[in-house]
Ligand binder design. Structure first.
Ligand SMILES: *Cc1c(COP(=O)(O)O)cnc(C)c1O
Length: 379
């Protein structure tokens, strides 16, 4: 059977996790936490990267740092994971959804301005499949209207827009190292902070509202409760697992990209006759091969395809019931403008297996079975 996902494992994780255990410093903010932060700061050219317990938590921190308050509005796509909205709903804010572009499945940057009201606080672009949103346009709109930009870059580690790393455009960038992402620590994430003025407050929020980070650096001789906060610091064992992968990030990247290109070479041929659609990568974007998806005719054909693959031992999945049609979305959020593409395109999309270690033979088999399915459909 071909799984949809296998968590990334490069081989040096064991040694590093054991090293973390034997350092007798397992709680976090130790050697591996710092190594990971440094790696992210250097590679992504950003003033601060803080490891967190998840991308969800990184986004919650960003919402606090942005001082999002009850009844504030936050503009985001409806086609996204629940965390994008949840982090703001927890602060009493209202997610305002806008439609996506059918080509990239990202928020349509041309619909943002019409959704801005006096209550709007932030724009939250989601870089779907590691393909960046139109960050030039989004940054200009934010500047013009005095809004913050908080990037949901959960899927976008090692993705670039016009040569600049995803997650470094807005005030805050939120990353995920969940086992389903390109690089992993089991559960975990990172908050990237663009402007130095937010660093101290972010460290306090991550450490239960205390100035413990300063204490660790020897800047204060005892630590105390200085503000509100929570517990968003991952353990050293998780950081050790991640560091092994960060060191080998290019190996993982090249392998995933080879798989992505292999799928694309085969499936774009089928796409030429209009039976399916393959991903579109704008020329300003360098993506990270996070995901390979195709779009079928409609939801009925997609269900048949997923079942067909399952019979052949291939696990393919779809995701994101648009948030505005979910019970919590109806209760806490609203959709601005018309849902022309969000529902329609989400119902046609299927994600194919893609993980570090997926073999070229397996990809050929999946593509063969896709061709077979489509041949049978024509009948
Ligand atoms: C995976 C994902 C998240 C959540 O990441 P966690 O680390 O599991 O909290 C948020 N947004 C998007 C778009 C994601 O793909």
């Amino acid at each position: 059977m071909i799984n949809f996902n296998v968590p990334p494992y490069i081989g040096t994780e064991d040694e590093y996790v054991i090293r973390a255990i034997h350092s007798h410093k397992i709680c976090g903010d130790g050697e591996f936490t710092h190594k990971c932060s440094e790696w992210l700061e250097t590679k992504m050219k950003v003033s601060k990267a803080l490891l967190t317990t998840s991308c969800t938590h990184a986004t919650e921190m960003a919402a606090m740092l942005a001082d999002v308050k009850p009844a504030d509005e936050v503009i985001m796509p409806s086609y996204t994971f629940v965390s994008t909205a949840d982090a703001f709903v927890l602060r009493g804010a209202v997610p305002v959804f806008i439609d996506i572009r059918p080509d990239t499945m990202n928020m349509d940057e041309n619909l943002i301005e019409a959704a801005i009201t006096k209550k709007t606080k932030a724009i939250v672009p989601v870089h779907y499949a590691g393909v960046c949103c139109e960050m030039d346009v989004i940054s200009d709109i934010a500047k013009k209207h005095g809004l913050m930009v908080i990037e949901d870059a959960a899927q976008a580690i090692q993705s670039y827009y016009k040569g600049k790393a995803a997650g470094t455009f807005g005030e805050f960038g939120c990353f995920s190292f969940h086992e389903t992402k390109n690089l992993s620590m089991g559960e975990g994430g990172a908050l990237l902070i663009r402007d130095e003025e937010y660093i101290e407050k972010a460290e306090i929020i991550r450490e239960k509202g205390t100035d413990r980070s300063k204490f660790h650096r020897g800047q204060v001789d005892k630590y105390t409760w200085v503000d509100y906060g929570s517990s968003y610091l991952p353990s050293e064992m998780n950081a050790a697992y991640l560091y092994a992968q960060l060191e080998q990030a290019d190996v993982i990247y090249r392998s995933r990209m080879a798989s992505w290109e292999h799928y694309n070479d085969r499936l774009k041929k089928i796409a030429q006759d209009g039976r399916i659609e393959v991903p579109f990568i704008p020329s300003d974007c360098i993506h990270n091969a996070h995901m390979y998806y195709i779009k079928l005719k409609d939801i009925e054909e997609r269900t048949a395809y997923i079942n067909y693959l399952k019979d052949k031992g291939i696990m393919a999945v779809f995701h994101y019931i648009p948030l505005h049609s979910a019970p919590a979305g109806i209760r806490y959020a609203r959709f601005n403008g018309k849902d022309i593409y969000t529902t329609k395109e989400s119902e046609r999309l299927v994600r194919l297996p893609l993980y570090y270690g997926l073999s070229s033979d397996e990809i050929d088999y999946i593509c063969d079975m896709t061709e077979e399915f489509l041949r049978n459909r024509i009948g």
